[in-house]
Design a protein around this ligand. Sequence first.
Ligand SMILES: Cc1cc2nc3c(=O)[nH]c(=O)nc-3n(C[C@H](O)[C@H](O)[C@H](O)COP(=O)(O)O)c2cc1C
Length: 371
Amino acid sequence: MSQLFEPLQIGTLRLANRIIIAPMCQYSAVEGTPGDWHLVHLGHLALSGAGLLILEATAVLPEARISPGDLGLYDDTNEAGLARVLGAVRAMSPIKIGMQLAHAGRKASSHVPWQGGRQIRPDEPQGWRAVAPSAVPHAPGEDAPLALDAAGLQRIRQGFADAARRAARLGLDGIEIHAAHGYLLHQFLSPIANKRDDAYGGSLENRMRFPLEVFDAVRAAFPADKPVWARISATDWVPGGWDIDGTVALSHALKARGCAAIHVSSGGVSPQQAIKLGPGYQVPYAQRVKADVGLPTIAVGLITEPEQADAIIANGEADAVSMARAILYDPRWPWHAAAKLGAQVVAPPQYWRSQPREFKDLFENAAFGAR
Ligand SMILES: Cc1cc2nc3c(=O)[nH]c(=O)nc-3n(C[C@H](O)[C@H](O)[C@H](O)COP(=O)(O)O)c2cc1C
């Protein structure tokens, strides 16, 4: 019996199976507002049979975007655009949909990846001055960000809370707070980016303070019967950087505040990172968080094979797997996995006739006739 296709409870949210579509920036929004690309992109992912679809990093303020093309949820136009896209997607699929709320911090104001991804300097067209815990650039030679003062921190807490209220109005099933990959909240956690000497820098407790304040703001602004969770980089892959012990401490603190799950990724804060890549390379970090903290834990990173994903769940290494590149490459990955593992998956009735002869019970409730 496949464990990957067992239901999972994340707080009050019940997922039909343990396959999660990881957030993936599309850099295709206009002033934060999604368009037809999102309709097509999310539309096909929504037909995948996965248990949860997490929308791409969604900026809580205009200056929180990584690139000028990032999705945002900071104004009424963004909200209306998302309402249109989500309305269409929901009409086609029962998939649960979460949203990743994000602030890019010092990695803001970048070109989109297919234009090289380098920093857009504040005085260049479409560029802006980034903000960060400290005036330390991400990479040597880049323009330094502005170190956040008390008013700046308040604007960001407020931005997260306001976006969470908009997400609630849009009927999102859950919120993931992006505290990974070297973006703003991770910048606070990591001694590599956080050089502050006030209550938000120095000790582990101080470096965790702002991410926890943001969690509290989002948790208070989003309906209590829907989950809020966090994505964390478990290590910076740089000696002296953020590490797994900090990740466990942060996860405990989040749990005490009502966090529903931890999504365990890694890296992103420093160009000096030396990542040890390989199949499931971040799973041991998820396993440590799950064992020590006991919250539902999501593993991610080079999980590409059905048997591999199933074993991660069966061995108790994580409660769910999330996938990005493999499911972008093959948006029917959960169908193929269910077929391989002898499980069932939800498919739209329009496609039921595609069920291969040898997998007669693959699609849940499938039945069709003709005269
Ligand atoms: C196109 C693309 C966009 C991504 N955008 C995001 C994002 O918005 N937020 C995030 O936390 N991670 C993002 N990631 C990272 C993925 O969520 C995932 O953690 C990473 O790709 C490793 O998983 P994989 O081996 O299954 O691809 C992105 C990855 C890709 C390939």
